[in-house]
Design a binder for this molecule. Sequence first.
Ligand code: GLU
Length: 445
Amino acid sequence: MPPSVRPAFESVLRRNPGDFEFHQAVHEVLASIIPVLEENPRYLDEAILERLVEPERQIIFRVPWVDDNGRIHVNRGYRVQFSSVLGPYKGGLRFHPSVNSSIIKFLGFEQIFKNALTAQGIGGAKGGSDFDPHGRSDAEIMRFCQAFMNELYRHLGEHTDVPAGDIGVGAREVGYLFGQYRKITNRHESGMFTGKGTGWGGAEVRTEATGYGTVYFVQEMLAVRGESIEGRRVLVSGSGNVAIYAIEKAAQLGALPITASDSSGYVVDEAGIDVELLKQVKEEERLRVASYAERRPSARFVPGRRVWEVPAEIALPCATQNEVNGRDAARLIANGVVAVAEGANMPSLPEAVDAFQAAGVLFAPGKAANAGGVATSALEMSQNAARQRWNFADSEHKLHAIMRSMHTEAYQAAERYGHPGNYVVGANCAAFVKVADAMIAQGVI
Ligand code: GLU
């Protein structure tokens, strides 16, 4: 770690012992913005790094709830409000047993830069709980969401903090969370949550946006090399909202998405994933991906393994953090991968990113490649504020335009700061400059 960024990194290690994912996310950003700091030492004089790595506010709270058998459970709730310099805090809520301070801080930190790249006037935050929704009844999910909101509501608001979904928080949970906020506050405040149902303030394309956006970003990266996604085999990990709509868009654009996965293993379908069947299995019936293979003769379920061993030219990690390690990357490269785009947040370990870049593989970090979701959340906020509803085609067009301009911005920043083709440097530098300039302009607060 170069000396200019060491004090900030050391403060992160000292104040957040054991928060390894958070350390990893900060390290990646600090290591890649050196050219910006060299060009403009004012960022160091103004202690921008030390200020940025310390969240503006962290909320940790008890979430007690009662299951269907009358047993009382206690979970821990989090909201880390990282930066509001570019707009109200914005970022999803994750309900998953792996959630802890480190996970929420890494996600919140990433969100600052991701949201800056969208250029939609949104700050960065993240929240969630170590609650495990798996195997819980609808009534239990509802009671948990209500208990969670009983505390969180006082920290939210359309100009303060605007959550959305993430892993484990989809349409059902957003409904219950929004409903409880409305009840407690006596305000139907549409703009305080995004990812709402389209019948009550939700935006068209929000559901599809993250996955669609990731594929649009791949298209842009390939276009720079005069190539296209058409006819190419695509690996997708995960089977949640991001994965499903990445598969759908890849297929619409003439590619062949052949995999999906969950924590039990993966399915490979050489005929191309039947996205309607996948939606049926995952979204409607809430089953494991193995059930997809049982119903589809061209598919096979491979238990306990990851999709990266299947030969393909494009890889879209859309499941969760640190799901692509150095060995996975080596395998993908040996099998001829040309582009990797992160639909999930920080799915690639640093060793994997290094390997892709050394091999000349196009690599899009999640901050840019999965920003379509939160960008469309910002479009939802605009519609709510104006009491308007845009149709699907217009909304998709806007999403596509945002993805294109984020690609251009990251690409150009990479060139400008002396690392052509390096989208990690490009995305981090472009986003950092926007956040840092706004911090300087707004003073030491
Ligand atoms: N959880 C998503 C993300 O990681 C979306 C956040 C939002 O729409 O606020 O960006």
